[in-house]
Design a binder for this molecule. Structure first.
Ligand code: PLP
Length: 298
C-alpha cells in the first residue's frame, strides 16, 4: 500500500520528500488552519462540506487561500489518485508563510497550501473506534472560542494535547475537555454525544462543528432519534445510558467508560450502534459521496 502523496504549493511529492520552512508562521505563531476529509471505497464523504468549512476557517483566520474552491477539490482528488488509495485520510492546510527576519506584520506574508492523502487513519485504532474507548474528563480547560474561535479548524491544539497526556496518566484512551463555563466541549479530534432516555445531545459551543456530527444529526433524524445541541454539564455523563464520539478519522465511535466508570453495561449501546451501523453502511454505499475519479473528470 502507498504511504501517500503530498502537494505543497503546486508540486506533488512523496511524504519523505515533503519539506517546509521552519520559519513559517504556521509553526512559530500557530497561524494556520486546516481540514480533514476522507475517502472510503474511492469516494469522498461530504467533500464540499469540508471544503466549505475550510473556506470559512481561512476567512476566520484572515488567511487568503490562493487556490479556488474548485482547485482545492481537484488537488484533494489528485493526491488520492496519485497515492492509489481507496480508503484515505485527506488533509488540507494553509499556513501564513515565512516572514523575512524581523517582520512581524502578518499581512505581508505569502501563505503556503499543503494537501496530502495518506492511508485512512483511525483516531484510537480501528478496534477502539468500532468497539469503544475509555475517556477522561480533563481538568485542562478548552481554549475559549472568545480567544480562538473553535469553529475554525486550527492548529492551536496545545490544550488538546495536554488533556490527552492527562488522560493517558489516568489509564484512559483520550480526553474530553470542558470550557470556561464548566460544560463539556469536545475531545482532541472528535465531538462528543450523550444519550439519555433515547435522546442524543451534543455540546453547542466552544467546539469545532464536526462534519461527522452533522452526519450523525442527519442519521438521527432519519432513524427518528431525538437530537439536540445544548449545554451539557459533566455530571450528566454519570446519568447517561450511552456516550459516543464522532470524527472523520473513525466515524461514529462508542465510549464505553468515562473516568474509569462503565457507561451503561460497559459495551456500545443500542442507539450508538444504530447510528454507527447507519454511518458505515452509508459510507460503503457512497452516501454523501463523490468519486475521486468523478472529481478528476469533472
Ligand atoms: N473536534 C475537533 C477539535 C477536531 O479536531 C475534529 C476533527 O479532527 C472534530 C471535532 C471532528 O470533526 P469532523 O467530524 O469534521 O472530522
Amino acid at each position: 500500500m502507498s504511504d501517500g502523496i503530498v502537494f505543497i504549493d503546486g508540486e506533488y511529492m512523496r511524504p519523505e520528500d515533503a519539506t517546509m520552512s521552519i520559519f513559517d508562521a504556521g509553526f512559530v505563531w500557530g497561524d494556520s488552519v486546516y481540514d480533514v476529509t476522507s475517502t472510503w471505497n474511492g469516494r469522498f464523504f461530504m467533500l464540499d462540506e469540508h471544503l466549505e468549512r475550510f473556506r470559512r476557517s481561512c476567512e476566520g483566520f484572515r488567511l487568503e487561500n490562493p487556490r479556488s474552491f474548485e482547485e482545492m477539490r481537484r488537488i484533494c482528488a489528485e493526491c488520492v489518485h496519485r497515492a492509489g488509495l481507496s480508503n484515505a485520510y485527506v488533509k488540507m492546510q494553509i499556513t501564513r508563510g515565512a516572514p523575512a527576519p524581523g517582520v512581524s506584520d502578518p499581512r505581508s506574508l505569502i501563505p503556503s497550501v499543503v494537501v496530502y492523502a495518506i492511508p485512512y487513519v483511525w483516531i484510537w485504532g480501528e478496534d477502539k473506534c468500532r468497539h469503544g474507548a475509555d475517556l477522561f474528563v480533563s481538568g485542562v480547560e478548552r481554549v475559549s472560542s472568545k480567544a480562538i474561535d473553535q469553529r475554525f479548524k486550527n492548529y492551536n491544539r496545545a490544550d488538546l494535547v495536554q488533556a490527552r497526556f492527562e488522560a493517558y496518566d489516568h489509564g484512559c484512551d483520550d480526553a474530553i475537555l470542558t470550557g470556561a463555563d464548566g460544560c463539556l466541549t469536545e475531545g482532541p479530534g472528535f465531538n462528543v454525544f450523550i444519550v439519555r432516555e433515547g435522546a442524543v445531545a451534543s455540546p453547542d459551543y466552544n467546539i469545532l462543528e464536526g462534519i461527522t456530527r452533522r452526519a450523525v444529526r442527519e442519521l438521527c433524524e432519519r432513524e427518528g432519534i431525538p437530537f439536540e445541541l445544548r449545554k451539557i454539564r459533566p455530571d450528566e455523563i454519570a446519568r447517561a445510558s450511552e456516550v459516543f464520539a464522532s470524527t472523520t478519522a473513525g466515524g461514529v465511535m462508542p465510549v464505553t467508560r468515562v473516568n474509569g466508570r462503565p457507561i451503561g453495561n460497559g459495551h456500545a449501546g443500542i442507539v450508538t450502534s444504530r447510528i454507527q451501523q447507519a454511518y458505515w453502511s452509508g459510507r460503503e454505499a457512497g452516501w454523501h459521496g463523490v468519486g475521486v475519479s468523478d472529481v478528476l473528470a469533472g
